[in-house]
Design a protein around this ligand. Sequence first.
Ligand code: ARG
Length: 464
Amino acid sequence: MSTDKTNQSWGGRFSEPVDAFVARFTASVEFDKRLYRHDIMGSIAHATMLEKAGVLNADERDQIIANLKDIQGEIEAGTFDWRVDLEDVHMNIEARLTDRIGVTGKKLHTGRSRNDQVATDIRLWLRDEIDLILGEITRLQEGLLGLAEAEADTIMPGFTHLQTAQPVTFGHHLLAWFEMLSRDYERLVDCRKRTNRMPLGSAALAGTTYPIQREITCELLGFEAISGNSLDGVSDRDFAIEFCAAASVAMMHLSRFSEELVLWTSAQFQFIDLPDRFCTGSSIMPQKKNPDVPELVRGKTGRVFGALAGLLVLMKGQPLAYNKDNQEDKEPLFDAADTLRDSLRAFADMVPAIKPKREIMREAALRGFSTATDLADYLVRKGLPFRDCHEIVGHAVKYGLQTGKDLAEMSLDELRQFSDQISDDVFAVLTLEGSVNARDHIGGTAPNQVRAAVQRGRELLVVR
Ligand code: ARG
């Protein structure tokens, strides 16, 4: 990147060149050059509109558009000379256009400011990012549905307080993650609506004196609406904040998901195996296989929360309209989008490859009196009030702890010490299968319900 030349864009008013360090300090090109494609897209739409407004003639328009496309080619071929003294992506591209076509290039910025230009670029960029992220969410959800269907009958302990609570099916557990991701999807779709509004035409802050037709650029760029106030148009960054908020919730979900995968792959749980390609070893302990991908996703969650906090603080003190502070919006936004997209991608690749260890899960569910609630519910069906049943089962559990027996391992006589309402039919409810099958309603853990929920999930993904 070269730094040798002096910025000509506002040369008229200045009597000395900008200090070399200040030029680097105030420049954003190092990070905003990734907006180049959307910047060029916006400029092509603007030039098209300027011709219709009579500001450019058709030749000028065509020359500008053809050369912008060539410049995009130069950037993509890696031959474009990005200059820090030209500050940002916008002025780099415009200067190159003028290099190539002289005075016609200088006409492109008519009726526009970098303030509405950059606001337009970020929205166009974020709109595309959201679409890619939505695609990754769907891919991860498809993986979850496939695994949930295969594991609809697999029984594991369900936890509260990380203590064994009641048996659940593994498929049911996987579908809890599916639900979280459905909400993440909805939040991003909603955020996309407010991202997809066009500030172009707001110019520096007050609009422009040229007869611009914002409907034309809006249509060409595929925006859903035109921003209704030029001061707000150039300074609104709500959409970036909303995106980071939605991304934070999504990362929080992935982080919880990660935490469970880390626990489950441990020698203490051994509920699942992750394929080697998603893990790494230790340089000192030969036996180690570490669940790096989930750990890293859990760790990266913090940067996305940081981006949200950073953007809120960035905006809270700003008077209308544009302030240079806004240049600081890009790095956190880019980082949040990259982090979410990469994390989803890693999970979407990894989830279908999760290998459940069904026997170990089942054994874990048999420990910890996971069917105690089922015994209480059984006694309720025999006519006792629930609170008394709770107490009776509490005594049975205490006896089990003393004798080292689970409820299902006790004889009928042993169980009848606690209530004479208990009879032979009790054993059907004390089994793991009896327990999960009994929770047979929408949202319940019964294998039938898991299969029905997978079906509903598939229908949801189809209409997206
Ligand atoms: N690089 C600037 C940004 O990212 C572009 C807009 C600058 N506008 C200005 N008047 N200095 O916000």
